[in-house]
Design a protein around this ligand. Structure first.
Ligand SMILES: [Fe+2]
Ligand SMILES: [Fe+2]
Length: 179
């Protein structure tokens, strides 16, 4: 099973286009926005954050062999879309994973079971303070944490999974990350 997931991850080198092999970005983004219940004009966990996480994931992916960029970008677009408040919401990752399963069941995510499992795992545990040596899961979590300056928090280098993310943090001030 692990070998199967590894070969699927290694085979995937998709680029930043609207129509992906495994999902249509505009459709997934629209579904996520429709599911989002917080006020999108002032939320710190809404679409502007999702798009920054996606950019971060693409940046990290360019320096990370073997990562599944489609899964990482799906994570970015979906991981916070089921938040129910702006503060403590420990189950929002699990709800996002359930939402991904719903999109899969509707035929909107063309992922095999291994890739869907990676996506759901990354979403379920993204807010549990973990690191991962899986290249795709590591990119998902690091891309999210690199956007912590939006809420006035500097990313913690010891909670970075990805080597390039660690290098990047050493070279850049967290305060200037979003430019
Ligand atoms: Fe989150
Ligand atoms: Fe997030």
């Amino acid at each position: 099973m692990k070998k199967e997931i590894d070969s699927l991850l290694a085979a995937n080198t998709n680029t930043n286009t609207d129509t992906e092999r495994s999902f249509q970005r505009s459709v997934v983004l629209s579904e996520a926005k429709n599911a989002f219940v917080l006020n999108s004009s002032w939320t710190q966990h809404g679409p502007s954050h999702w798009l920054q996480v996606e950019k971060n994931a693409v940046m990290l992916g360019e320096h990370t062999p073997g990562c599944d960029m489609e899964v990482a970008r799906l994570f970015a677009l979906l991981h916070d879309c089921r938040r129910q408040n702006e503060g403590r919401d420990p189950d929002h990752g699990a709800r996002a994973a359930d939402f991904a399963q719903e999109l899969f069941d509707k035929g909107m995510l063309r992922l095999d079971p291994g890739r869907l499992a990676v996506l759901k795992y990354a979403m379920t545990h993204h807010n549990n303070g973990q690191v991962s040596d899986d290249p795709t899961i590591g990119i998902c979590w690091d891309a999210d944490r690199l956007d912590l300056p939006r809420v006035g928090t500097a990313p913690n280098i010891s909670l970075m999974s990805n080597q390039y993310a660690k290098k990047w943090l050493r070279l850049h001030s967290a305060k200037t990350f979003r430019g």
